[in-house]
Design a protein around this ligand. Structure first.
Ligand code: NDP
Length: 248
């Protein structure tokens, strides 16, 4: 356990929990006492997570699900409602890179897949669990974004567009719920030593990047019942919240 945060009795849903940042987020949340609902397609990764969580005395429920399955996302919300009657914490973390290529070379099916997994499934998940988060006394929602939403680097167009879109979802949702206990934020991990980063930057030495467990430990504060911020981006490299501002 790397945090003194007490999340006992809290239900936390983490997507993309089979590896990378989501895996370590799930471990951290369970170590703080939350019951983790862990979503991904790769059953082996989820089982490894479950073993680690159980060995540390924690609890998890594994949900093998392809987030392209929108009806499956709806069913997940229904199942959480039936079992616990609420959701306290959401980390919408799963994501894909697609391809790094000039915008005109991106295949339609790749663009659509990036939008489906990064944007549409995130909206569908929000729609599925928003009523459950409102039933929590301190609902906390985090959507994992990327600096790419703002830097809009050359050759990263589909991914950058998808992350800009999820940040817009976060801001609208936060504005809708500002007067409620629910807090909704985006989170930027910054470059992190994961499979996705290796796909994007194959020539880079992964050892120069922070381990996903370090990012997970920083993201944990967004689950705290004491959190005040909403509608912001938590930037892990700077370890602080950033506000959105229109350029002058
Ligand atoms: P990884 O590729 O290591 O992990 C991605 C996770 O998303 C896996 O658990 C994967 O599970 C899950 N996932 C992907 N597609 C689907 C799908 N169709 N259905 C269900 N789950 C899916 O990536 P990271 O840990 O690096 O990325 C986590 C988040 O952080 C992403 O949103 C990413 O955009 C963001 N990010 C990462 C950065 C980095 O440098 N690593 C930098 C900035 C942002 P499975 O394949 O088992 O389904």
């Amino acid at each position: 356990m790397t945090s003194s945060l007490d999340l006992s009795g809290r239900i936390a849903l983490v997507t993309g929990a089979s590896r990378g940042i989501g895996y370590f987020l799930a471990k951290e949340l369970a170590a703080c006492g939350a019951h983790v609902v862990a979503v991904a397609r790769t059953v082996g990764g989820l089982e490894e997570l479950d073993d680690e969580i159980k060995a540390a005395g924690g609890e998890a429920t594994l949900v093998p699900l392809d987030l392209a399955d929108m009806a499956g996302i709806d069913r997940l919300g229904g199942a959480i409602h039936e079992r616990w009657g609420k959701l306290d914490i959401l980390y919408a973390n799963a994501g894909i890179l697609g391809v790094v290529a000039p915008i005109g070379h991106v295949e339609a099916k790749v663009f659509e897949k990036v939008m489906t997994i990064n944007v549409t499934s995130t909206w569908r998940l929000i729609r599925s669990v928003d009523p459950l988060l409102r039933l929590s006394d301190a609902g906390r929602a985090v959507v994992v974004s990327s600096g790419a939403a703002h830097s809009a680097k050359a050759f990263w167009a589909p991914y950058a567009a998808s992350k800009a879109a999820v940040e817009a979802l976060v801001r609208s949702w936060a504005n809708e719920t500002r007067n409620m206990p629910l807090r909704v934020n985006a989170a930027n991990p910054g470059p992190t030593r994961t499979a996705m980063r290796a796909q994007a930057m194959p020539g880079e030495d992964p050892e120069t990047l922070p381990h996903p467990s370090e990012i997970a430990a920083k993201f944990l504060r967004l689950a705290s019942p004491d959190l005040k911020e909403t509608g912001l981006i938590f930037d892990a490299p700077q370890d602080r919240f950033l506000t959105y501002q229109m350029p002058a």
